[in-house]
Unconditional design. Structure first.
Length: 453
């Protein structure tokens, strides 16, 4: 409680700072029990306590926020500075500093971040159900009798699709199912159009299309109701939503995905020129087969006519006469062939007989004898040459150890008168007559006393 001002002229109540802050906090919490606020995170702080403190701001203002530990642990993402979020909580006042703040209880990513998370979650859930299985995809007809287009009747997508279809194969009619492709009612309208087209069964293929845009612009094609309507539709569905880089749940659920609405039109029908060329080839083939079949039938008629003519008795007689001539010719050829065979056999026997006559045997024996003599001569010559070579080698070896060869090198053989060889100076005395033999002869020598060494 505050105190009363008792000063002169004063009768009002005076409050302390704590009291006024407490009253303001109560007023804020009672006046805003639960609010949603969208903004961009800035000045984010995570102290050791586990609480999260940050500011939410927009281009012209900011608000201090606090998210306590138990609440922050439940977040499916990690808040960061600059992230756009939507927060639910209550307004309060931090009495200790008198700061106005927002106590955050739940937080979600705003804009495309939130949508992207919802997209991934739905994609994961439907994939687990088998909604995107390739085995469940229906084949798109090569040449549909009629094409249904589910899109906005005023958008650029329908104009592009109709233009491409008219250029590629103008003979295929088109039925447009007009639907909104953006906004809250777009997804139910697209699902209803798919159901209606499936009930009518007047189209062979459906194109679900929309031009490019942000994730939020394309969100109608990420709704579960559209994905289930595509799979429930008995007609094959081509998805041509956004640009090439855009992917939607409808793309995964559809039987065929095209990168753009124009691409969907190209996948729906073939190129007319190609079909005309193919038709021309098939027409020419059909004409060729018809001509060939007629020719075969004509041959069959001619053959049957021939058989009918052969049944006439005169024709049979002519045929038998021709057969008789043929047999006579065959007999003549057989006789001539038998004679040629016997003549060839006789010549063969005569040749064998000539080969076995004594003169032939003697001639062959003489040839063998001449060949043997020739081989003997060659062998004798080789033996003589070998012996001659060995003799020359032995002579050279003998010459090397011959005393004469030693004398040729300047040595001499000295002997006494009794032919005793002198090998030691002690064997001779002064006055002894010695005989000295050298390479070119021999001569006598007398031992002089002075000559002894």
């Amino acid at each position: 409680m505050g105190r009363m001002d008792t000063s002169p002229g004063g009768s009002h109540q005076v409050l302390t700072v704590s009291q006024i802050n407490r009253q303001v906090r109560t007023l804020l919490e009672d006046g805003f029990p639960s609010v949603w606020i969208e903004g961009e995170i800035s000045n984010l702080a995570r102290p050791p306590s586990g609480h999260v403190y940050f500011s939410l701001k927009d281009p012209s203002s900011q608000l201090r926020c606090a998210m306590f530990r138990q609440r922050s642990l439940r977040l499916p993402f990690r808040p960061q500075d600059g992230m756009a979020v939507v927060c639910r909580g209550r307004l309060s006042l931090y009495e200790a500093r008198g700061e106005y703040q927002f106590i955050v209880e739940t937080m979600e990513e705003a804009g495309e971040g939130r949508l992207q998370r919802a997209f991934e979650e739905l994609k994961r859930r439907l994939a687990a159900e088998g909604l995107f299985d390739e085995a469940a995809k229906r084949p798109v007809p090569t040449l549909p009798r009629r094409i249904g287009i589910i899109t906005s009747p005023t958008g650029a997508a329908v104009r592009d699709i109709v233009h491409i279809l008219g250029r590629r194969f103008p003979a295929v009619p088109v039925r447009v199912y007009p639907v909104p492709v953006q906004g809250d009612g777009a997804a139910p309208a697209i699902a209803a159009a798919l159901k209606l087209a499936g009930e009518r069964r007047d189209c062979d293929v459906l194109i679900v299309a929309r031009g490019g845009g942000s994730l939020e612009d394309l969100w109608a094609f990420n709704e579960e109701v559209v994905a289930r309507a595509i799979r429930a539709c008995p007609i094959p569905v081509i998805s041509g939503v956004g640009h090439e880089i855009d992917f939607t749940i409808a793309d995964f659920a559809a039987d065929l995905r095209a990168p753009t609405p124009s691409g969907a039109a190209e996948l729906a029908v073939p190129e007319q020129a190609v079909w005309l060329r193919t038709l021309s080839v098939h027409s020419e083939r059909l004409r060729s087969l018809t001509v060939k079949h007629l020719a075969q039938q004509r041959k069959q008629v001619d053959w049957l006519s021939g058989r009918l003519a052969l049944l006439h008795p005169g024709a049979r007689l002519r045929q038998q006469s021709q057969r008789l001539d043929e047999l006579l010719q065959r007999m003549t050829r057989a006789c001539k062939g038998h004679q040629r065979h016997k003549r060839a056999r006789l010549e063969q026997l005569a040749t064998e007989l000539r080969g076995r006559s004594p003169a032939a045997l003697i001639a062959r024996a003489r040839q063998r004898n001449d060949a043997a003599v020739m081989r003997l001569r060659v062998a004798a010559r080789r033996c003589l040459d070998a012996n001659h070579q060995r003799l020359e080698v032995a002579a050279r070896a003998l010459q090397g150890i011959s005393p004469t060869a030693v004398l040729e090198r300047g040595y001499a053989i000295v002997s006494r008168a009794n032919a005793q060889l002198v090998r030691d100076p002690a064997q001779v005395t002064a006055g002894d007559v010695l005989r000295v033999r050298v390479a070119r002869g021999e001569f006598a020598a007398v031992v002089d006393e002075d000559d002894q060494i």
